[in-house]
Design a binder for this molecule. Structure first.
Ligand code: HEC
Ligand code: HEC
Length: 628
């Protein structure tokens, strides 16, 4: 039985509910709640939920169903996944930016343990009695098993490259882990971390953050995008997907990718960030952080169709999490850039409540810039496929090399950007405001942020001409470089030997990679910039620009493979050996292999301290953002 109804004028401006087509379903009981990592999760008792606030550095605890903010607990930089410990009111939270997993008592608000992990904890799940938690470390690609009572790490297992999402099977025997940049799914044993099965994605699959197992344990669902790097234009490069992972049944071991851009006619959505299965196992809710909406998909459960469109609702700005309430009567959406959680009635799609979970900690200009960076709607994009964050999520790179009109171009991470202008491998842009060309060009096709025509010349100053464009630039320039986990206590002996080689006249590396940002380029007019041909420009037939490139910063290299403008160097070793056969990129051919190892060890240690004080002391220029 199904029916169509229209909702009267919505109570909140941005939370308008679209006309809905919903199937009448009977809500199930709370016995089959799914356990999955995510930044919003309900406690086992179901009387509260927790969410982490990345920009505020806090965790909020909210009562359910009253939606009252019980407390907000500071935890550290960039908190991500939260998991309740078994049936208790204690919570584990991954503090991604501080490399810690924090164990909290949500009744008292006290922090019981801060468990140091190697780097970048992202997703966390608990076993059913709360005695063990499993955490993905995005870098260096591990799952660690922790004892939250004692505050100790017990085991450490490799889990591919950049794992993020994690969920645990009902029998506690297995965990499923997703790779962020490939959407590959791995099943690991919770006993010893051994790999039991894998479900590979397509080569274009990208940005898979979370995974959820349906009650009944037959299927798991992963949302992700597809990055088609051969088509750098706004109607064919980025697509939203849900992958159905068959755990059981006739097609077990296989995976079906469901394109979400065609599941509802021609309506386009962008950047699926999280999904959740209803407790009765009948629907999958998918939050789209680019188009600021949410789809409820019917779980068809036959091997051919799998998912079908059921309903959609509009969300606030940048929805990054969705969870069904334990009784299945509602679903809740975390809007990261409205700093709130909004509750919807599952049957009608109507908004039934809203709670502000943290005050906006961002300066108003940075907030506006961040909203523009994440949105796939006008004035940024014409057809809702793509946003800046589709390729630069949270300022990181997407691990892809795009076929641009000028040649192959590896996406750069944005850390340290304010100090490393001019922009692009070919330094053809001197200010982020020049990305008005990207916004209005073939890639995004948006209306743009500048009134009037586009400046014909790239070197014409645009700063100060549009408040929103300056806001986009201010946010884009605000990304800092993370410290390397390979040099926590300072440089290792091998890295110190590598540093000596790096600074020696023998290799000449520091001639170009100079100063605290390891680059001789400085914000200023592009014509005055020293570009260098280091012998890498002839490896690509599609290259249209000169074979000389702007010296890139070397900070953060440990996590930014692949390397070079064309992304053809898979490792740092490759940059220094196979990609430098004629010694045009520093002198390396005479080095012994242990010296190359030392040099790589040094490069992996960058930065071991914050480069900004040294840059200020050295009088380096930083891009100043215009204020309005
Ligand atoms: C389709 C993927 C994609 C999208 C969408 C995208 N970028 Fe990029 N971005 C790239 C690639 C690839 C490069 C490297 C290009 C080059 O060097 O020529 C890059 C480079 C940059 C750089 C230069 C970084 C440096 O260190 O020099 C900045 C700044 C940047 N992008 C900002 C943005 C902004 C702002 C938006 C949205 C208006 C955006 N990008 C949209 C892929 C993308
Ligand atoms: C003549 C100037 C110059 C010298 C000398 C030089 N580099 Fe570079 N380096 C560059 C340029 C330009 C690029 C970008 C080339 C490209 O992308 O094709 C680069 C790229 C790199 C990259 C890749 C960065 C990334 O993000 O992909 C690494 C690593 C690197 N250099 C390390 C070194 C080391 C180590 C040495 C000494 C052995 C060295 N460089 C010597 C100019 C130089």
């Amino acid at each position: 039985m199904s029916f169509i109804f229209r909702v009267p004028s919505p109570p909140f401006r941005r939370l308008a509910v679209l006309p809905l087509l919903m199937l009448l379903v009977c809500c199930g009981s709370a016995d089959a709640q799914t356990i999955s990592a995510g930044l919003l999760n309900f406690s086992a008792a179901g009387d509260r939920f927790a969410c982490s606030n990345r920009d505020s550095g806090t965790v909020s605890i909210v009562s359910w169903p009253e939606l009252k903010l019980l407390r907000e607990i500071p935890v550290g930089h960039k908190p991500e996944g939260v998991a309740w410990l078994g049936k208790s009111n204690r919570l584990a939270c991954c503090v991604y930016g501080d490399d810690e997993v924090v164990i909290l008592d949500t009744d008292s608000g006290s922090i019981e343990h801060r468990i140091q992990v190697f780097d970048e904890p992202y997703g966390v799940v608990s076993n059913s009695d709360g005695s063990r938690i499993y955490v993905t470390l995005e870098y260096p690609g591990q799952v660690v098993q922790l004892d939250p009572q004692q505050g100790q790490q017990l085991q450490q297992w490799s889990a591919g490259t950049m794992p993020r999402g994690i969920c645990i099977s009902a029998d506690q025997q297995r965990i499923l882990v997703t790779e962020y940049l490939t959407a590959m799914v791995r099943e690991l044993s919770t006993a010893d971390g051994s790999e039991l099965r894998t479900w590979k994605g397509a080569s274009t699959d990208n940005l898979a953050r979370q995974i959820v197992i349906a009650p009944g344990q037959q299927r798991a669902y992963v949302t992700h995008i597809r990055s088609r790097v051969t088509a750098a234009h706004g109607s064919g490069s980025i697509f939203p997907y849900a992958s159905v992972i068959r755990l059981d049944g006739a097609k077990q071991g296989t995976r079906l990718r469901v394109p979400l851009d065609t599941i509802r006619g021609t309506r386009v959505t962008a950047n699926p960030w999280d999904c959740d299965v209803s407790p009765d196992g009948r629907s999958l809710a998918v939050a789209f952080a680019g188009t600021n909406d949410l789809y409820v998909l019917k779980i068809v459960g036959d091997d051919y169709v799998e998912l079908d469109f059921e309903a959609s609702v509009r969300c606030g700005s940048n929805p990054r999490a969705v969870r069904y309430s334990p009784d299945g009567s509602s679903f809740l959406v975390y809007n990261a850039l409205d700093f709130n959680v909004v509750c919807y009635n599952r049957q009608t799609g109507q908004v039934t409540g809203e709670v502000t979970v943290t005050e906006c900690p961002l300066d108003p200009q940075i907030l506006l810039g961040k909203q523009l960076f994440y949105t796939a709607l006008q004035p940024m994009t014409a057809r809702a496929w793509i946003s800046c964050s589709s390729c630069h999520p949270d300022g990181d790179a997407d691990g892809r090399t795009w076929q641009q009109p000028e040649g192959l171009r590896n996406t750069q991470p944005l850390g340290g950007l304010a100090w490393t202008h001019p922009l692009h491998w070919s330094a053809d842009r001197d200010e982020v405001q020049d990305f008005e060309h990207t916004i209005r060009g073939a890639l995004m096709g948006g209306r743009g942020l500048l009134s009037g025509g586009l400046p014909a010349a790239m070197d014409e100053a645009i700063t100060g001409r549009s408040a929103p464009l300056d806001a986009l630039a201010a946010y884009t320039n605000s990304h800092a470089v993370p410290l390397s986990p390979h040099a926590r206590g300072g440089l290792s002996a091998a890295a110190i030997r590598g540093q000596q080689l790096f600074n020696s006249a023998e290799t000449g590396c520091a001639n170009c990679h100079s100063g605290p940002f390891y680059s001789d380029s400085q914000p200023g007019p592009v014509e005055q910039l020293a570009m260098h041909n280091v012998g890498t420009g002839n490896d690509d037939d599609t290259e249209l620009m000169s074979p000389a490139y702007d010296t890139p910063t070397l900070l953060g290299l440990y996590r930014s493979a692949p390397y070079l403008h064309h992304g053809k160097a898979a490792t740092l070793h490759d940059v220094l050996t196979t990609m430098n056969p004629a010694d045009r990129h520093g002198q390396t051919s005479h080095l012994r292999s242990d010296q190359i190892d030392d040099l790589v060890e040094f490069l992996k240690s960058l930065p071991w301290e914050d480069p900004v004080p040294a840059a200020e002391t050295a009088g380096l220029k930083q891009v100043q953002t215009a204020r309005h």
